[in-house]
Design a protein around this ligand. Structure first.
Ligand code: MOS
Length: 754
């Protein structure tokens, strides 16, 4: 089809109707045609440009800034430094809730990490602001930066991740090890990784008196609105955040950060709109990252290959002034039925920016080490890695004994193994070569991700013309949330998705909760589902009370909503259209509301997770050590699938990130300066198309009647979880070499190959 004959752009293309159908993204054509506006596309009248000057040392003090030179630049309006910091209503050294991190907003001249904002230059143009920042010519009093595992200060945290326990023990680890026939001990190291969303962190801030409007990419609109209200001392309802489109988030846009707060404060001070867009390099510090971990695993196995002890000890790095500790060790608490399990985490203080949640925080790093170590345990027992996993399969949640609300993991293993062709895999490494002489290896990794739910609300308005408007402040950062959420709403309303106008991405709408934790579809979806049911219930009351309606008196029997009509449940031939019901009742609209709700007793009684199994094939050049992933097959069970096209896409994205984690991604810090040396997309390696192998994501059917009334579980993060270990294990199988430092580098592998 040529461009000329292409049909006019539809809001989205339908391939079916409600939940379960692979609709394309509602916002897809807006994005690919450039009509979607991102935060930085906003240019309110009179807008100024802000640029942060950032520190080039990682620890110490700023001793001078040539503010006069910067201010002398034509176009520069103001230079903010600790001497004239714009006022704030919140102390930046005080933590504001679990997601409210301490940040740098020019509170003093201290430098706590490289790339920390040390001044903000505001000018009439981006060029003037950039040049003004360059003229500041900062001088420093530098102290040695602590950036490595051996440099920092270790401590025992009170909590890890967002409030998870730092130590969990089931049974007696030492007794389990003493009773073991085989023991393995292995240390795995994962590096600092950065979110590197395509769209940088940005904000366009406008003040009107004490009313604030923010155009910014934001994964947590209502939560952020409340936090900004505290920072600026205004009522939350005075803050409007618009975040219609995001160019990726991955966790880094769920938290407030210093540069954006500074830009908003400067707009208030100067009484003009201000835009700030971070450069790629400036995103390596003040806006979060996946913290580095050093994970020590010890496992004991009896003569039958069953785990007698599983000890997962993580050292998780954080900044010198704030805490976000990768809950990596806790990845060992759910999958394998060892008679003793100990998961514990130490914190490590470094002169770095504070880490934060990044796609599958904890699970990604933790399972990379766990799944690779499980492979070592299987090897020690002389067992096939899949057989070993099945032998240690936890029928109920280890330690707590809670049954799984549903667990189709055996089916994931079976379907994945069949599609991949796992049978016949030689047990010993270095037994397979391709026609070019490359070493071939096959590996497996297990994936698990929990089912967090967030408070969420929604509104559904049935209109006189038979269409509906549904509203929730949800966020679509590319995952397809708006499409899947509209499908859920349409189903509850008995309409087709294209009869449903979907409003989202603005903080003034009912709180859609956080787009994160792989919990957005379930959380906002439940709110929308309930809002739709509420609207239908109100419509049914109108009809049921109307003697002229074929539904008269249906009240106690109930109705079914389908195809824009209500049908009596006991006699579906008796039906009436929404249009007719509303017309006779003289109503323009019927409004329903709903919130995320689930059976709290079920939540306490069952262990709830999504599951998966990933199979990887790699080829390794025996002379050069170059690794290529050639095939990935993932089989995932995540409850009810609302939109298989989007879900498969989420799995692909996760699996590709797994390739990245296993083989490519790492921030490299110069220990002399504490600066990250590859703070750009040229040298911070992520997969390009040529790095992405043949991918297959199998959607294993699963019905979970306990997780929530929709049966929906998370799909956004689980793909990365199994893939990293699968690739590491395939590399071992190809080469016989266990590389325990991620990413697996040529230089680490080449030693083993010699
Ligand atoms: Mo995320 S790390 O759940 O955006």
């Amino acid at each position: 089809m040529s461009l000329e004959t292409a049909s006019p752009i539809a809001p989205y293309r339908r391939h079916g109707s409600n939940a379960g159908q692979p609709l394309t993204r509602r916002d897809g054509e807006l994005k690919v045609t450039g009509r979607a506006t991102y935060a930085a596309d906003n240019h309110p009248a009179g807008m100024l440009y802000a640029v942060t000057a950032v520190s080039r040392i990682a620890r110490g003090r700023v001793t001078s800034l040539d503010v006069a030179a910067a201010k002398a630049h034509p176009g520069v309006i103001e230079v903010f430094t600790p001497a004239n910091r714009p006022p704030l209503s919140h102390d930046p050294e005080v933590k504001l809730g679990p997601f409210g991190f301490r940040v740098e907003v020019l509170q003093d001249d201290t430098v706590r990490y490289a790339n920390q904002p040390i001044a903000l230059v505001v000018a009439e143009s981006l060029e003037a602001a950039t040049e003004g920042a360059a003229l500041l010519d900062p001088k420093y009093q530098a102290e040695p930066a602590r950036t490595g595992f051996d440099d920092g200060e270790r401590y025992s945290p009170a909590a890890i991740g967002v409030g998870a326990p730092p130590r969990t023990a089931y049974g007696d680890i030492e007794a389990g090890l003493a009773a073991a026939a085989h023991i393995i001990e292995a240390d795995y190291v994962t590096p600092a990784q950065f979110h590197n969303a395509m769209e940088p962190h940005a904000v366009v801030a406008q003040w009107d008196g004490d009313h604030l409007t923010l155009d910014m990419p934001n994964q947590a609109l209502v939560m952020s609105r409340e936090a900004y209200a505290v920072w600026f001392g205004v009522p939350a309802e005075n803050v409007l955040i618009r975040s219609p489109f995001l160019g990726g988030g991955f966790g880094s846009k769920a938290i407030l950060n210093g540069p954006q707060i500074l830009a908003i404060a400067s707009a208030r001070q100067l009484q003009r709109p201000v835009k700030l867009v971070l450069t790629r390099a400036q995103m390596y510090g003040p806006v979060g990252h996946r913290g580095a971990t050093w994970q020590k695993l010890r496992m004991g196995m009896d003569g039958e290959g069953r785990l007698t002890a599983l000890h997962h000890h993580a050292i998780s790095a954080t900044s010198s002034f704030e805490e976000f500790l990768e809950p990596a060790a806790n990845a060992s608490l759910h999958l394998y039925a060892s008679s003793a399990i100990l998961a514990e985490t130490e914190g490590l203080r470094l002169d770095i920016g504070t880490p934060g949640p990044m796609r599958a925080p904890g699970e990604a790093s933790g399972s990379a080490a766990l799944e690779a170590a499980i492979d070592e345990a299987a090897e020690a027992c002389g067992m096939d890695p899949l057989e070993f996993r099945l032998a240690n399969y936890a029928e109920t949640e280890p330690g707590t004994g809670r049954p799984y609300s549903s667990k189709a993991l055996r089916e994931c293993y079976a379907q994945g193994a069949k599609a991949f062709g796992w049978a016949g895999r030689p047990l010993a490494p270095r037994r397979m070569r391709d026609e070019d002489g490359l070493l071939v290896g096959w590996g497996i990794g297990t994936a698990l991700f929990p089912c967090p739910h967030f408070a969420a609300q929604a509104r559904a308005t049935l209109r006189a013309d038979g269409t509906a408007l549904v509203e929730t402040a949800g966020v679509d950062m590319g995952q397809g949330a708006w499409t899947a959420l509209a499908q859920i709403a349409a189903e509850a309303l008995g309409l087709d998705p294209d009869q449903v106008e979907f409003h989202s991405g603005v903080s003034s709408l009912p709180d859609g909760g956080i787009a994160g934790g792989s919990g957005h579809t379930a959380s906002a979806g439940l709110a929308l589902h309930n809002a739709g049911e509420d609207a239908i219930g109100r419509l049914a009351e109108l009809a049921s009370a109307d003697p002229a309606s074929p539904l008269f008196g249906a009240g106690n029997i109930g109705v079914i909503a389908r195809g824009g009509r209500l049908h009596r449940r006991d006699d579906e031939r008796r039906s009436e259209s929404y249009v007719d019901i509303l017309a006779r009742a003289g109503r323009e609209v019927v409004v329903g509301t709903g919130r995320m709700a689930r059976d709290e007793e079920a939540v306490q009684s069952w262990a709830m997770n999504s599951h998966g199994a990933v199979f990887a094939e790699v080829k390794v050049d025996p002379d050069l050590g170059q690794v290529r992933v050639t095939r990935l097959v993932g089989a995932f069970a995540a409850g009810r699938i609302i939109n298989p096209r989007l879900v498969r896409s989420q799995y692909y994205g996760g699996m590709i990130w797994g390739v990245s984690f296993a083989l490519q991604e790492a921030a490299v810090t110069d220990p002399r300066t504490g600066r990250i040396m590859n703070a750009d997309l040229a040298e911070y390696h992520v997969p390009v198309s040529a790095d992405v192998p043949s991918l297959e994501a199998i959607l294993v059917p699963e019905e979970d009647v306990y997780v929530n009334p929709l049966g929906v579980k998370g799909v956004g993060e689980i793909g990365i979880v199994g893939t990293v270990g699968a690739i590491a294990n395939a590399v071992w199988h190809a080469t016989g070499s266990r590389v325990r430092r991620f990413p697996i580098r040529i230089e680490d592998l080449a030693q083993g190959l010699r």
